[in-house]
Design a protein around this ligand. Structure first.
Ligand code: SF4
Length: 341
């Protein structure tokens, strides 16, 4: 264990990535970076980290903002529940912790949107607590080091990985060690082409010895995404477009979207498209993590008053918190809109 720990830290000291949040142990900055990087690559997330820190330089500033302001800065990053939880957690830090970041793993884990991994990363990096932060990188590295052949999602295998990650963790440099594992997984023990020939762990890695590194980690087959069929209605009136703020429970909760009809089957969706004379272009597909949205767009005059509906000019629309689908749809209807909008 000591050999693995030393090899990882030596590698990190020579090769660590120069990331914008690495200069600081400030828990607020570390927290923002960890939440931004959930389900997002470093290259894509780094500009959003800067945007958030600039807009909300402290936990007080984030808590004092409205949810709409937070969603607006988050716009384009997707998985908006992360932004909503970030905002709720900031408010909880102000009300329940007098504005001071909790340092204990269990207290951190109680904050909205903070799971085991984020709590471990925060408590180790900012507060030097010896807890392994087990993310996809750690799962991959450990499953290869131990050559685990059972799916990593099973409770026994998951426990084995967490225990091993805690055994090799450096008690004196836990934050560095956790970040070292993230970098090592991104740069050396990568998902598709691990650099085993130059890897400092090669002599102790059972998967390399057994030549199974490309088969690890073993994962359960993914669930098929749900197909949804949507017809979006772009309704322009007096130079403004009608938008609906999405309700609680929607994947787009509190974001603004064009009104739409949803169809229970592809047949019903296609029948509706074929009936409509105002359909813009062909149907398109927008892929989310668990949903595949098949959609088409029509220009419409139909107006059924709905709750939470608003009208916006072009400039106002671009400043609204919207899912990435809205600018995509606007691009598709640009030719029709341009003369009027
Ligand atoms: S030897 Fe290869 S598979 Fe094993 S830890 Fe190193 S890079 Fe990963």
């Amino acid at each position: 264990m000591a050999n693995i720990q030393r090899a990882i830290l030596e590698w990190y000291d020579q090769n660590k990535r120069n990331l914008p949040w690495r200069d600081s142990k400030n828990p607020y900055f570390i927290w923002i970076s960890e939440v931004v990087l959930q389900q997002t690559r470093v290259e894509q997330g780094a500009p959003f980290f800067h945007r958030l820190i600039e807009a909300f330089p402290s936990v007080d500033a984030l808590a004092a903002a409205t949810e709409q302001e937070v969603l607006n800065v988050w716009k384009g990053l997707g998985y908006y529940s992360r932004a909503r939880n970030l905002h709720k957690a900031a408010q909880e830090i102000i009300t329940a912790h007098s504005g001071i970041f909790p340092s204990e793993f269990l207290a951190l884990k109680k904050l909205p949107g903070v799971g085991e991994y984020t709590a471990a990363a925060l408590s180790s990096i900012s507060f030097n607590k010896a807890i392994a932060a087990v993310d996809g990188n750690v799962i991959r590295i450990v499953s290869r080091l131990l050559d685990l052949s059972d799916p990593v999602e099973t409770s026994q295998t998951s426990r084995t990985i967490t225990e091993f990650a805690n055994e090799i963790l450096s008690p004196s440099r836990p934050g560095d060690f956790n970040q070292a594992m993230m970098d090592f997984g991104s740069m050396v023990c990568t998902p598709k082409s691990p650099s085993c020939a130059s890897c400092p762990l090669a002599s102790v890695c059972l998967a390399r010895i057994n030549n199974t590194q490309h088969l690890r980690p073993v994962k359960k087959p993914k669930k098929k995404p749900i197909n949804r069929f949507l017809l979006f209605k772009v309704h322009l009136q007096d130079g403004k477009i009608r938008m609906i703020q999405q309700q609680k429970g929607s994947i787009w909760e509190n974001l603004f979207l064009f009104p739409f009809d949803e169809f229970s089957s592809e047949t019903a969706f296609l029948a509706k498209i074929n009936q409509e004379s105002q359909v813009i272009n062909d149907r398109a597909i927008h892929i989310l993590s668990h949903q595949r949205l098949h959609y088409a767009v029509i220009m419409t005059q139909e107006h059924t008053p709905a709750n939470s509906e608003f009208w916006f000019s072009r400039d106002e629309l671009y400043d609204l918190p919207t899912p990435i689908l809205v600018p995509r749809i606007l691009t598709r209807v640009e030719n029709q809109l341009a003369p009027l909008f």
